[in-house]
Design a binder for this molecule. Sequence first.
Ligand SMILES: Nc1ncnc2c1ncn2[C@@H]1O[C@H](COP(=O)(O)OP(=O)(O)OP(=O)(O)O)[C@@H](O)[C@H]1O
Ligand SMILES: [Mg+2]
Length: 279
Amino acid sequence: MSRKAAKELSDELGKSPGELRGRRVVVAGKGGVGKTTLAASLSLIAAGEGRRVLALDQDVQQNLAYSLGYPTDKAEGLRPITDEADLIEEKTGSRPGGHGGLVSLNPDVSDVVDRFGVFVQENLGLLVMGGVVHSATGCLCPENALLGALVRFVDTRDEDLVLMDAQAGMEPFGRSVTQGFDVVLIVSEVSFNSLKVAERIAALARELDMKEVDLVLNKVYDPVELESAADTLSFESFDHVFALPYDPTVRESEPDMSTIIGRGGPYSEAVKELLDYLC
Ligand SMILES: Nc1ncnc2c1ncn2[C@@H]1O[C@H](COP(=O)(O)OP(=O)(O)OP(=O)(O)O)[C@@H](O)[C@H]1O
Ligand SMILES: [Mg+2]
């Protein structure tokens, strides 16, 4: 799909906002802090509890599928939503600016996965944003706008969880994407640089009127580290602060978190507590 068509389709979808119920969570933070691992773990635990989960991968590297335990060969063939939108256009015969068939009825989580994504499990769907890796301009604006519009377009029920693994840093964090979400979990290691990025993302999230901005300190070896983190940034600028332990089994089994989640252990137990709080 051309970038122009992506923009037109997102404008069209944006005219039909769905019912934004359930929990709609963005997982953000500096590169390498553990966003994908957390997004996958929350999705798997929630799906295991019987919730319908829509997992969204905003990262052009598209590695959320691996972390969800989706088979590697299939994950490599995943079509990003921009391509799927193209297919829909072909199927419905609608043209950019005239996506009547597509937007006539707000789809729910399962429909939107049927149309644009894949099911990792029966109640766990995945949509992949896609985009041009190393794009010359660095702006994935049309892709982000389409993803954001889709998220707002889909009808959700109270018990649903919509969870987006955001790209690293601040760039992908614009209103066109965040409008469909109410909580941002900003993941950070307890290092100075990571905490400073977390602080900037938090400020941006507030500017974008996110209802809830939480900090998730990840890979914590010792609770003492939380005190030094609190010296670097004010915990008071967050609605909640969570800590997830450093767990060697996470790294050993990476990227697939589905094995760990079934087995329990310190990381998955802490993530379960975080999910209990969220949902
Ligand atoms: N609590 C943890 N304990 C131990 N290792 C962890 C923990 N959380 C994440 N990791 C490891 O840290 C590495 C980076 O994790 P992950 O890929 O989830 O980060 P990311 O923020 O998504 O990175 P990117 O910005 O590149 O997308 C992986 O090797 C993962 O296994
Ligand atoms: Mg990642």
